[in-house]
Design a protein around this ligand. Structure first.
Ligand SMILES: Nc1nc2c(ncn2[C@@H]2O[C@H](COP(=O)(O)OP(=O)(O)OP(=O)(O)O)[C@@H](O)[C@H]2O)c(=O)[nH]1
Ligand SMILES: [Mg+2]
Length: 423
């Protein structure tokens, strides 16, 4: 090779390297990384679904059918929890109420016997939803999901997992079996749910279910139809614990330019919070979720810690974390619909949070009180010049959420564009 030829090739290689590096730089500038943080059951995965619905609703259609077994699982779990709570009440005999008559006990017992074939399917369904991995734990039985969407929807199948086809078939079979059993049991489920004893214990909080259980039991007739396909509301109401960090990517176009949004939806239990740290370094924004309806609840993983205290402690750590210093910071004070109904039902905040004192137990005072605590934590421990954006949210209210999401997304974009010097 002549000297000239060698120089020409070397120059071409340099040029390619420069182009590639410019391409990578541009891709990085177009990439926006948003972390959804907060304790378990704060609504992170639900927010991720609302983002998907708003910016990439077609992708939700693709995976719609794969939510069927998850909806079934939520129903089976709710039924198990109802019977577990009834057992507890029966053994402790602590209750004055409808269960004290023999007739009611027999009615509920015969419903349980009739529902046994359905209840027996919970573990199989749960273990298949989590790709063969299941962790039982806590009152609610915590099950993980690992790419479960791919189990029923072959378009999303993970080619790398050689066990997938076998799992897909098995999950399909289990789903059919549950659907059939559910179809046969639907009137018994209705009878159980509408039974005055069950309604009495729920009203008096002797039976405490997950937030979404009553939604699914109310809609049982529709869900038990053979041609059932989950609606957007069904998908939003589903409760499935996240394990680890799940990345969701979709494009967002703003002022004619397309940006790659990467949403990181994390598992919120205490044991999983260390897994968040490696993602902090280059996060564009943090959306921190705090369910302020949880003032009368305690952590499942640490029953001595009040859930609002845990949220505040966690937020203090996040807003003072050096790695997150440059991240845009948004707090969503979530589940205000549940907060309202708890306050309407006469549940007193001061009973659980003594510092609330003699303040009025109404929505305005309570929500303002919690908001001021988050703002104060940020003022005391956060970085001085960083703004904090706070919104109240009811995450299942799609209409209200769409305007909050576009508002939050715009704020994040503006900050990103300013930081990255993009025109
Ligand atoms: N009523 C009501 N329910 C909500 C709201 N936000 C979330 N939920 C429900 O609360 C449950 C928990 O929400 P998730 O989004 O799974 O919670 P998460 O923060 O992802 O929890 P982990 O994955 O365990 O960390 C789901 O059943 C949601 O439908 C809300 O504002 N109001
Ligand atoms: Mg989640």
């Amino acid at each position: 090779m002549s000297k000239e030829e060698a120089a020409r090739i070397s120059g071409k290689i340099d040029e390619e390297i420069k182009k590639e590096s410019a391409r990578q730089k541009d891709a990085r500038r177009r990439e926006i990384k948003v972390m959804l943080l907060g304790q378990a059951e704060s609504g992170k995965s639900t927010l991720q679904k609302q983002f998907q619905l708003f910016y990439a609703s077609k992708t939700l259609d693709v995976e719609r059918r794969s939510w069927i077994p998850v909806v079934y699982y939520n129903i089976l779990k709710a039924l198990r929890m109802i019977f577990a709570e009834l057992d507890y009440e029966m053994t402790t005999q602590s209750l004055d109420g409808p269960m004290n008559t023999q007739e009611v006990r027999e009615e509920l017992n015969s419903l349980r016997v009739r529902l046994l074939p359905l209840l027996a399917l919970e573990n199989t369904l749960a273990s298949e939803l989590s790709g063969g991995v299941s962790i039982a734990g806590g009152r609610t039985g915590a099950y993980v999901r690992l790419g479960w969407q791919s189990l029923l929807s072959s378009t999303l199948a993970m080619a790398s997992d050689a066990r997938r086809p076998e799992l897909e078939n098995r999950t399909r079979e289990t789903t059919f079996l549950v659907a059939r059993t559910l179809g046969l049991a639907v009137d018994d489920i209705d009878a159980l749910w509408l039974h005055e004893a069950i309604q009495f214990y729920i009203k008096h909080r002797k039976i405490r279910l997950e937030d979404s259980s009553s939604y699914f039991l109310r809609h049982i007739q529709r869900i038990a139809e053979p041609e059932y396909v989950p609606s957007n509301d069904d998908i939003l109401n589903v409760r499935l614990q996240t394990l680890g960090v799940m990345e969701h990517t979709f494009p967002i176009t703003i002022t004619g330019k397309s940006y790659d949004w990467k949403l990181y939806d994390v598992g919120g239990t205490r044991g999983q919070r260390n897994a968040w740290v490696p993602y902090f370094d280059d996060a564009t924004a943090i959306i921190f979720l705090a369910p302020i309806s949880a003032f009368d609840q305690y952590l499942e993983e640490d029953p001595k810690t009040n859930r609002i205290d845990d949220s505040l402690q966690l937020f203090t750590q996040i807003c003072s974390n050096e790695f997150l210093k440059k991240a845009h910071l948004v707090v969503l004070l979530n589940k205000i619909d549940i907060l309202r109904s708890k306050l309407d039902a006469g549940i007193k905040v001061r009973k659980y949070i003594t510092s609330f004192g003699e303040r009025a137990n109404n929505f305005e005072t309570v929500s303002d009180y919690f908001r001021s605590h988050f703002i104060q934590a940020h003022r005391r421990k956060g970085f001085p010049n960083r703004p904090l954006y706070v919104h109240f949210t009811a995450m299942l209210d799609t209409c209200a959420m769409q305007s909050i999401i576009s508002n939050v997304a715009e704020g994040i974009m503006r900050k990103h564009i300013a930081d990255a010097g993009l025109a």
